[in-house]
Design a protein around this ligand. Sequence first.
Ligand SMILES: [Zn+2]
Length: 130
Amino acid sequence: MSAPPPYRRSGENPAIRAWATGTTGQADVLRRGAWYPVVDETPEEVVLEVDQAPLRVRREDVRIRADRPTMWSVVVRTGVMRPTLAGQKLVTSYAVCPDCTGRQEFDGEPESMMCTRCRRAAKVDWQTTY
Ligand SMILES: [Zn+2]
């Protein structure tokens, strides 16, 4: 039985230079709304750590920020509308946890949410479109 990979927070891995997320409309290699650590970079490309493996992407395909995000990202689904079992309501968006990148659905416009996966609470970022 092997131990799970160590869970890292920003600052604990000196190789992390910044954080990056895929720009809107980019291919689904990167999960929408999820931020990945940038572990290396060249003038044209950045190397992200995705699922514990390095992934090389072009700079124009990602948005980069210096600090690890602390708020939930809200992803608005486009083209995929599915009715829930509860009734006529259509689920059109979901939030992405800043800590474990788990997806979670929500009702209304909550100011903050608690992650059912990693149990951390964080504010919701309603300003950014993913
Ligand atoms: Zn989480």
